[in-house]
Every structure is written in C-alpha cells, then in structure tokens.
Design a protein around this ligand. Structure first.
Ligand SMILES: [Zn+2]
Length: 477
C-alpha cells in the first residue's frame, strides 16, 4: 500500500477510464495514470519509470472517486426499521430518525459515522458531504468533531453541512430537553467556531464547513434564513439544505407563503451558485428555469426518493436549464444502503425511466419513444464526480486529468454480470455491483486489494448489531 503521498505511483493496464469530463473528453485513449505528490501528473499509455511503484489494474475500469453531496451518517444504524419501511417522508421522519434522536450518545454516533464512511469508501467514494442535524442546546458531545475525526481516520474528504433548527417540526411524540431547538445566535456562533477550526477554502481541501439548516420551510423563520445566508457568506461558507422532496413542500410553501418552495428560497436569499439542495423532486417549469438561471445545484438522491415514494427528480431538464447536477445517497435510514456505485446505477435508470414515463405518442403531439438519451453512463459518472466537486466548490477534485487530486476508484470486472460486455468502460454503472479493487484519495490508498487496511469488518458488524439492540431499547415509542 502507498501512503507516502510524495512517492510516484503508476496505475497501469486498466481496460478503460472515464474521466468525469464532458463530451469526447469523457474517454481517453490510454488508461494508465501517473501520480506524484498526491496529484495526477499524466494520463495515457505510460511506461514505468525507474523506482516507480506500479499498481496493476488489468481487468479493471477506472473512474474518479465518487463525490457524495448529501448524507446523514448518524442514520447508518437506523436502516430498515419496520415502523418506517413502508412510509412516505413525513411519517417516516417521525417513525425513524426523530424517534431515535435522543438515543445517540458519542460512542453510538461515532459508530454510525464510521459504518457510513466505511460503506462509502468500499463503494469508491472519496468525498462526503454529511448533512448532520443532531444538534441541540448544551449537547454533551461534539458531533462535528467526531465526523471530521472519523473521516480523517479513513482518509476521506469531509464537508460538514451543519444542520439544525431554531423551530421544531413537532414530529417528535415528545420533546425532551435535549431535543429543544437552538437559538439562532447559538447556531450562527457555532458556524463561526466550525469555520475557524475546520474550514479549508483551498481547491483540494480535506475539510470544509457548510451552513445547512435542516430544511428551510420547517427549520427557521424567513428572516433567520436571510441572516444565516448572510452570516455564512461573510465567512466564505456555502449553503445547503433539503427542498421540494415531496408534495408536502409544495403544500407548505403554498399555505404559508403563497408561492413555490423555490420561490420561497429565492425570497430568503437561498438561491445561487453557492447553494445546493437535496432532492428537488417536485418542481414546475418556472422552478426549473429559476434554479438553472441562478446556478443553484442539486444533490440527486434517486434511491431515497424511490424508497420513500417521493418521485424522480427531473435531472435532464435541470441540467439543460443550467443547474449543476450531483449525486448523493441521502441517509441510510431512507435508502437501506449508502453505496455510491448503487446510487449511480439507479440514477442512470431513473433518469431514463422518467423520460419514458412522460413520453407522449406522436398523434397526441408528443415525440414518440423518448427517455434513453436522458442520461448516458458518461453523464452519470460526470454528475457523481465532477458535478459533486462543483457544488461543493472543490475545484481541484472530481475529474481525472493532470493537476487534479489523485482521487481514483478502480473497479475489477470479475463477476459473472460483467462477462460478455462489449464496452467495459460503462460496466460499473450500467451493470452495477462491481468489486472495488482500490480507492485513492489525494494519492493515499484508502482501500487496497478490496479492503480497508487495519479494519476488522466482522468486529464492526458485531458492534453494529449491539448498537441496534440498544437503540431499539432507547427509542421513544
Ligand atoms: Zn436528507
């Protein structure tokens, strides 16, 4: 394994490479990659240099490491709760995440974060934006510190999206003192603290901080949202939240503000190239145009949206309008997994399914059969890598080209599902389920020979089983 980022490494012999770039640049004629000082120094057909270490990638396909732009890592211990498995968003929120909030102490929170990050790393993900909303006044542990510590332990890039609320959504059956909302000033002060302690504005940062009240329509009053946006921007922080996930957002925005959720976001200064929202499923054409015009990004979460019955986000229309598209797993409690390769596979299918779902026959004024061109595999890889880096503002991450960070996922096509493929480059996304041979982040091998060095997966599984039993005993009814 190579963890000296100053050494030279040559990844050699792969079948194909997708770069994360658009158009013809998505593919290269040679798939060998030279890495120096944690960055890519050359790509093509390369011969080893004297003293250079060679990583044999024969039989493999190479992608940029995935960039996951929306997660709730604490939910990694809340998968598949029978009380929420067949629920839509609002009853699911009450039945699963809210019911367990008070049951998380520092060790259980840390374990959940670790499980989520391990799963992501083993799927080929190198950068994670965690939308953590487990905060309350005078809480006894520092969840922000734990998230950064666990990411650093594995060697992943971490973007902490500091959630929280100044209003309660009243989905809790009761509201213990530890679950009270925070005063706005306490929220803003913590943003300042986190910015000072962790935020690195550089283009290949390992640590970033983002202002992310849990959901604009439910978590803060309009003026508080404006104040939060102004404060975050004064600190050089981006903005993130949930929006337009289901029809509930439309109903609430209409009832409370007589406008769409996107119009509401505009009215509180929450649109722009420094903002991205998870979901954006329920949009009308004016919303799509406004999001595109302002360059507001999306964290597209097709598995969670499917699992909760929310719908399918119009990513083709959004991208055509100018919205940066990224992919995300959302929390594992509304996904039952948090695997970026799975997510990309489903994103590829769902974008096409949506296109076909709205196809109209020509006799009715439609265009006949449509849908299959709405998302190519190259599009999906670009969304899940370069698109993610773009919404996070990590300009030195997300594509495979000289000068970029050496964040690289190497997949072996060694399963029967991959036998007989005519175009190996598309296999990890189109066929799904490829084995991760290696993951590099900034040139460091986070995963090598399919495993995380030093990690005892059986022990982690045993800890998870114990924690699930404890959480069940502590959940509110
Ligand atoms: Zn979410």
């Amino acid at each position: 394994m190579l963890n000296d980022t100053h050494s030279s490494l040559l990844i050699r012999g792969a079948l194909a490479l997708l770069s994360g770039l658009p158009g013809d640049a998505a593919r290269t004629t040679g798939a060998d990659i030279r890495i120096r000082n944690g960055a890519i120094s050359a790509i093509g057909m390369l011969a080893p240099e004297p003293g250079e270490r060679v990583l044999d990638a024969s039989g493999c396909v190479i992608y940029p490491a995935w960039v996951n732009t929306h997660h709730h890592l604490f939910q990694s211990l809340l998968k598949g709760d029978p009380k929420g498995i067949d629920c839509t968003l609002t009853p699911w929120l009450a039945a699963v995440p809210y019911r367990y909030r008070a049951a998380f102490d520092a060790p259980r929170f840390r374990l959940a974060v670790r499980i989520g990050l391990v799963e992501l790393a083993l799927s080929g993900c190198g950068t994670v934006a965690d939308h953590n909303y487990l905060y309350w006044p005078d809480m006894p542990f520092d969840g922000s510190a734990i998230v950064f510590e666990e990411a650093e332990r594995l060697g992943l890039r971490m973007v902490l999206c500091r959630g929280g609320q100044t209003r309660t959504r009243q989905l809790e059956t009761s509201l213990p003192k530890v679950l009270q909302p925070e005063p706005l000033q306490a929220y803003l002060d913590d943003l300042s603290r986190l910015q000072q302690r962790y935020h690195d504005p550089s283009s290949q940062a390992m640590r970033r901080v983002v202002a992310a009240p849990t959901t604009p329509l439910f978590s803060m009053q309009p003026q508080e949202l404006r104040d939060t946006a102004a404060h975050a921007r004064s600190l050089g922080l981006r903005l993130h939240s949930h929006l337009s996930e289901t029809v509930i957002y439309q109903q609430t925005a209409q009832m409370q503000y007589q406008r769409s959720p996107i119009d509401f976001a505009a009215s509180v200064d929450w649109l722009g190239a420094d903002v991205w929202f998870a979901h954006l499923v329920k949009l009308d054409p004016e919303d799509i145009a406004l999001l595109g015009r302002t360059g507001t990004g999306i964290a597209h979460c097709p598995q969670s949206n499917g699992r909760l019955g929310s719908g399918i986000a119009p990513v083709r229309a959004l991208e055509d309008a100018g919205t940066p598209i990224s992919l995300a797993v959302d929390g594992a409690a509304s996904n039952e997994a948090a695997d970026m390769l799975n997510e990309a596979h489903v994103a590829w299918l769902m974008a096409r399914a949506r296109g076909g779902h709205f196809a109209q026959p020509e006799y009715a004024g439609g265009n006949g059969e449509t849908g299959a061109a709405d998302a190519t595999v190259e599009d999906v890889v670009r969304w899940g890598t370069a698109g993610g880096a773009r919404v996070l503002g990590l300009d030195g991450v997300g594509t495979l080209q000289p000068g970029m960070a050496a964040d690289i996922a190497i997949y072996a096509l060694d399963q029967p599902r991959h036998f007989g493929l005519h175009d190996p480059a598309i296999a990890p996304v189109a066929s799904g389920g490829a084995t991760l041979r290696a993951l590099l982040v900034g040139g460091r091998e986070v995963v090598c020979d399919g495993a995380i060095p030093g990690l005892d997966l059986a022990e982690l599984a045993a800890q998870a089983r114990t924690a699930v039993r404890t959480l069940q005993s502590l959940a509110t009814s």
